[in-house]
Write a new protein. Structure first.
Length: 286
């Protein structure tokens, strides 16, 4: 088991008039190699949750196990934990600070004590993984496009060889081309390296397209944690807690109301395309 969370509670501004329960007795498991999407409206506790998973925030109560080790213990080595659990925050380009792309990616492994030769080898490998050209390594990261900056930020986390990669809205603010490129790189990374990926997104379409399981959060609680199929077919519950189901869900539902039944568990364009072609083919054969 990659991650095990037991009865996690976090309260902001505790014992003040502004007290807010951000995480309310949360428990869940994530297995090695899983790809888990986390969805929920703003303020549901998503970002607070992921910051607990590498010790950036301490819980008020509860336990968090990474590879069987309780990281909420007082004497825990957080540097070691953060080597295992890498987080790419929303708008990660704001975290870039070095004068070249090379130095920015090298920052993490340098602090971990790797030699110059080892660091160079690591950088050459991770830029291939995220699709960065070698000719960009000596450029300032601030000269790059939005999508390229995201790749550099992701490469900087991957350079520390995490077993678990957590991404908080990695495509926020990108144009459609940049968004698709980043999504493709994340999926490729998961498929090739089999690392555990946890990914916060407001895009139901993107989650439906590449996640395997989905955690649904509302008011600091997990209201659903299941396969993509089981989560998105429960569209009434999603809408009840203020989440918009993928547009394809709505199209398929309207078609069904009009007498065109394309089947169940259709929540991506690819699945809808196949279902429509199958429906047309079936109609011709009748």
């Amino acid at each position: 088991m990659s991650i095990k969370v037991e009865n996690l509670v976090h309260i902001y501004s505790k014992s003040t008039p502004f007290e807010k329960v951000a995480l309310d007795n949360i428990s869940f498991d994530i297995s090695d190699g899983d790809f888990v999407g986390i969805i929920g409206h703003t303020g549901s506790g998503k970002s607070t949750l992921i910051q607990h998973l590498n010790g950036l925030i301490k819980p008020d109560s509860g336990k968090i196990y990474i590879d069987g080790e309780d990281i909420t213990q007082k004497d825990i080595n957080l540097t070691k934990v953060r080597g295992k659990v890498g987080i790419v925050f929303q708008y990660p380009e704001y975290q870039l600070f070095e004068e070249t792309v090379y130095k920015d990616i090298a920052f993490g492994p340098t602090n971990m004590g790797y030699s110059s030769e080892e660091i160079d080898k690591i950088i050459r490998e991770v830029i291939k993984t995220v699709g960065i050209d070698e000719n960009l390594l000596e450029k300032s990261p601030f000269e790059l496009s939005g999508g390229q900056k995201r790749r550099v930020a992701i490469a900087g986390v991957l350079a520390m060889n995490p077993k678990i990669l957590i991404l908080d809205e990695p495509t926020a603010g990108l144009d459609p081309k940049g968004r698709d490129e980043i999504l493709g790189q994340i999926k490729k990374l998961h498929d090739e390296k089999n690392i555990t990926v946890i990914w916060i997104s407001h895009s139901m379409e993107d989650v439906a397209k590449i996640a395997k399981k989905v955690i649904v959060m509302a008011d600091g609680k997990i209201v659903m944690y299941d396969s993509v199929d089981n989560v998105f077919k429960n569209d009434s519950l999603l809408e009840e807690i203020g989440l918009s189901v993928p547009q394809i869900n709505k199209v398929v539902r309207r078609l069904k109301e009009k007498g065109v039944n394309l089947g169940e568990n259709i929540y991506t364009v690819e699945k809808a395309k196949k279902a429509i072609l199958d429906y047309i083919k079936g109609a011709k054969n009748d």
